[in-house]
Write a protein that binds this ligand. Structure first.
Ligand code: ZN
Length: 504
């Protein structure tokens, strides 16, 4: 018999999830079709929903139920849905009750205004236009970190929300391990004197066909577009789950560049497939979502890079891409496209970075966030600090703010703990893919034939269907039998790029 108090807890969870999903639809609309003048009212609507959701989920009644459910939780197996539900709800309740509702509302309003300021600053290509709003974002974020509490760094407060159980120190250790191999690899590639030609991707690719071609690809890998998903265009690509059966992805299109739209779509479809694969029995509960930002990113990076930038994928997909672009791809070979989409070159934009240099972008953003939150760097100096780090890590200088400090949307809503999940995602993707290959060595041959089912099912069973029952470290341990580690990912990168660039 279902515990009466447990049933009441589930009812409140369902309401809170509904409120959050309503906010998600408003968010999607704001970033796609909303007229610009709607921004302030939309900010108020979002803040109202956030306030009601926060009040509901932090009511003393919920706290009392969670206390009363302790014996019930202890009587169940720790892996059971019910025990996991109570455990995770308790954790979220404790975190949420530390933040006053007024601060949640203030954060939502500041974020709405900052997003508009960020858009305006991008239009004018001037960081100064964004700076005052960003100072407010940093101020509110700092107060949220204090409210959440931390021992070593404000970053820990946010990382523990995004990646339960993971600390800034753990991330720094991981970054050091990656840096030790990726910096020499990038240098060896630069010094090899070889470069992979990518002219096959630099042609005129009309926007409409790009969208159709990318949509065909995401459908092929398994994103369900038959009444359960949609694809739109926006400034900054994203994926959002408005419900289990309403998952939306977006992309941006550059008519002179095939890769931008195509790989954004594979990436967001990876997120979307995770959202569509969450367990129905856990829907409208705290467990009915992705396990963490890093786990989510592992799914997007898997399909974007380990699959989408593989030799086998282009053996399959080039003939299909040619249906949309008969002239542009007329003389192309799968191998030529494979090489073109894996060209390594230090670049200014994180989302367009190759696999070898991508994590360097993440590392320096992480360092900047940490320095600002710890009061070692002023927002007014962020632009110059960005240039210093860019030089230090990638040997580049941003010619303007648009291609520098204004490029990411993240700081227009919240400051701190947003970027480490990208690198965790890359690392986890490498580890999951290696484990899936050990179980099914024929996966690459399948991909060459356009069959993605085995890999998809492996992810669905081991990752998607667990929802948020376990913390990311435990998810990886359960899925692969090993603790979260960088080795498989580094081996994958080393093997692939040493071969592509003819390095020993
Ligand atoms: Zn992503």
């Amino acid at each position: 018999m279902v515990h009466e108090t447990y049933r009441k807890l589930l009812e409140v969870m369902a309401e809170v999830v509904d409120l959050n999903r309503a906010a998600a639809v408003l968010h999607w609309d704001r970033l796609t079709y909303m007229p610009a003048a709607g921004a302030m009212a939309r900010g108020e609507q979002t803040a109202t929903l956030a306030r009601i959701a926060h009040l509901r989920s932090t009511s003393p009644e919920v706290g009392a139920w969670l206390e009363a459910l302790r014996p019930y939780e202890e009587s169940l197996g720790a892996d059971s849905d019910e025990a996991s539900m109570i455990r995770v709800a308790h954790r979220l309740y404790e975190k949420a009750t530390r933040i006053p509702t007024e601060l949640i509302v203030e954060q939502a309003l500041v974020a709405a205004a900052a997003h508009e300021a960020w858009l305006k600053a991008r239009e004018e290509n001037r960081f100064e236009v964004f700076r005052p709003a960003l100072e407010q974002v940093v101020d509110v974020s700092g107060r949220v970190a204090s409210a959440l509490g931390y021992v070593n760094s404000p970053m820990d407060a946010f990382i523990d929300v995004a990646e339960p159980g993971i600390t800034a120190a753990f991330c720094e250790g991981l970054f050091a391990e990656l840096r030790a191999e990726l910096v020499p690899l990038a240098r060896a590639i630069a010094e090899s004197g070889r470069q992979l030609p990518d002219s096959v991707l630099r042609n005129h690719f009309p926007a409409e066909q790009q969208l159709a071609c990318g949509t065909a690809a995401v459908r092929a890998i398994g994103f369900d577009l038959d009444g359960r998903g949609r694809v739109d265009t926006t400034v900054h690509p994203f994926a959002i789950g408005c419900s289990l059966d309403d998952v939306r992805i977006t992309t941006r299109i550059r008519p002179d560049d095939f890769g931008n739209c195509f790989f954004s779509l594979l990436h967001e479809a990876g997120h979307g497939m995770y959202e569509q694969g969450l367990p129905r029995r856990l829907d409208r509960t705290v467990l009915g979502e992705g396990a963490s930002g890093g786990l989510h990113e592992s799914q997007s990076r898997l399909w974007e890079n380990l699959v989408g930038r593989s030799q086998e994928f282009w053996q399959y997909f080039l003939p299909r891409a040619r249906e949309f672009f008969p002239q542009q791809f007329a003389g192309a070979t799968p191998d030529a496209v494979y090489r073109a989409v894996n060209r390594v070159t230090p670049s200014l934009i994180r989302t367009e970075a190759d696999e070898v240099t991508y994590n360097l972008h993440v590392m320096f953003r992480f360092e900047l966030e940490k320095a600002v939150l710890e009061g070692r760097l002023a927002v007014a100096d962020l632009r110059d600090a960005w240039q210093d780090k860019l030089r230090q890590y990638l040997g580049l200088t941003a010619p303007d703010d648009l291609r520098g400090v204004l490029q990411d949307i993240h700081w227009s809503g919240h400051f701190g703990g947003a970027f480490q999940s990208y690198t965790l995602g890359n690392v986890i993707a490498g580890q999951l893919y290696a484990a899936a290959l050990a179980d099914h060595p024929e996966i690459p041959e399948d991909i060459a034939r356009g069959q993605f089912g085995k890999l998809f099912d492996w992810m669905r069973t081991r990752i998607h269907e667990c929802g948020a029952k376990f913390a990311p470290g435990e998810m990886v341990q359960r899925a692969t039998g090993k603790p979260l580690q960088a080795r498989p990912y580094l081996d994958y990168l080393g093997r692939k790029f040493r071969s592509l660039y003819g390095l020993s």
